[in-house]
Design a protein around this ligand. Structure first.
Ligand SMILES: NC(=O)c1ccc[n+]([C@@H]2O[C@H](COP(=O)([O-])OP(=O)(O)OC[C@H]3O[C@@H](n4cnc5c(N)ncnc54)[C@H](OP(=O)(O)O)[C@@H]3O)[C@@H](O)[C@H]2O)c1
Length: 317
């Protein structure tokens, strides 16, 4: 089954809605996203507990928007949330989190639907792999939610190739249809530590492709580092390919009137094997920028130049 996410060139990341992005501004962004047709929205039951109160802030902010805009607006949106990664005292999951045991899955989904003020989500992600719970228990619990109509699809985030393969081999009625990992145009240095994030590496990308999973990439803009002097490119991405890669982004971007960050989004969604970006935005201007990026067509030669520049170092160019 093809994921609903495959129909969307962009997913709107709402991680800071209701915390550092006040609800009023978040609702303006959601209204503008709706006008534009940017109708895939991504949240989690953990956003953003590290700057907020309980991690339900983003879901509550979306819920208030659905409540005020009505059922037609809700039906237009492909809504994804994630469970399993919320820190709780004595939590059984990895690092003291809620985890993905059968009863924890059920409880978290019930809570998320309540905060989102909806009766279902289109996509439910296992936010992190739970090594403490048998995969057949997790997959069985997630699959049941689809049969009950609470969830349309299930998906994985932050899985290794080996564990994703094992998860896809569990004989449940429904299996993962999408994979969300960290991904941007720049490639991190081999072995770079991005934890707790899990990079979309070649092994997991190939497996996902072979298995027909839709690929989704989070943190595509490196928090604005492609364009903002106050946000340096993170150390993990300072490889020999950095100079040529930034040069190619600048050249192609100027040909299509996009800045470097926008060019990253356009490339991700139009490359041979698309990795649809989940871009974080904190203003109406930023959702407009992101939407213009993914709806600007790159030609095959531009895609090819970008593909090559991120891998080939200066000596080989
Ligand atoms: N599955 C997972 O484990 C996981 C992990 C992390 C994130 N996510 C998802 O991915 C989404 C995006 O993650 P992220 O916030 O780390 O990624 P990001 O897209 O790399 O960065 C977003 C930030 O970039 C800046 N920005 C956006 N548009 C810009 C523009 N046109 N010009 C300059 N700067 C711009 C903004 O910073 P300011 O707000 O400071 O202006 C924005 O908050 C999240 O909302 C969440 O839904 C998933």
């Amino acid at each position: 089954m093809t994921s609903l996410l495959a129909a969307h060139p962009l997913t709107l990341g709402t991680m800071y809605f209701g915390t550092t992005v006040p609800a009023r501004i978040a609702h303006d962004v959601l209204d503008r996203a709706r006008d534009l047709g940017a109708l895939s929205w991504d949240t989690a039951n953990i956003y953003a507990h590290w700057v907020g109160r309980d991690g339900g802030e983003s879901e509550r902010t979306l819920g208030a928007w659905f409540d005020s805009r009505g059922p037609i607006a809700r039906d237009e949106v492909t809504l994804a949330t994630k469970i399993g990664n919320l820190p709780v005292a004595g939590g059984p999951g990895p690092g003291g989190t809620t985890g993905l045991g059968a009863s924890a899955v059920r409880r978290q989904v019930t809570d998320s639907l309540q905060r989102l003020r909806t009766d279902r989500v289109e996509v439910l992600y296992a936010h992190i792999d739970d090594l403490h719970t048998p995969l057949d228990e997790t997959l069985g619990a997630l699959s049941d939610l689809i049969d009950e109509g609470l969830v349309r699809e299930i998906a994985a985030s932050n899985y290794s190739a080996e564990r994703l393969h094992a998860a896809l081999s569990v004989p449940t009625a429904h299996r993962f249809t999408a994979l969300q990992q960290r991904f941007t145009y720049l490639r991190p240095a081999p072995g770079a530590d991005l934890s707790p994030h899990v990079q979309l590496d070649d092994a997991v990308a190939h497996l996902a492709h072979r298995s027909g999973l839709t690929l989704v990439g989070y943190s595509p803009l490196l928090s604005g580092a492609y364009t903002r002097a106050d946000r340096p490119i993170p150390e993990q991405y300072r490889t020999p390919a950095l100079g040529p890669a930034l040069l190619a982004l600048g050249e192609v971007g100027s040909e299509v009137d996009l800045d470097a960050g926008q060019t990253v989004l356009a490339w991700m969604t139009q490359r041979g094997r698309p990795v649809r970006p989940v871009a974080g935005v904190s203003s109406v201007g930023q959702i407009e920028d992101a939407w213009r990026a993914v709806t600007t067509e790159l030609d095959p030669d531009q895609i090819d130049r970008l593909d090559r520049a991120r891998i080939v170092g200066p000596a080989a160019r």
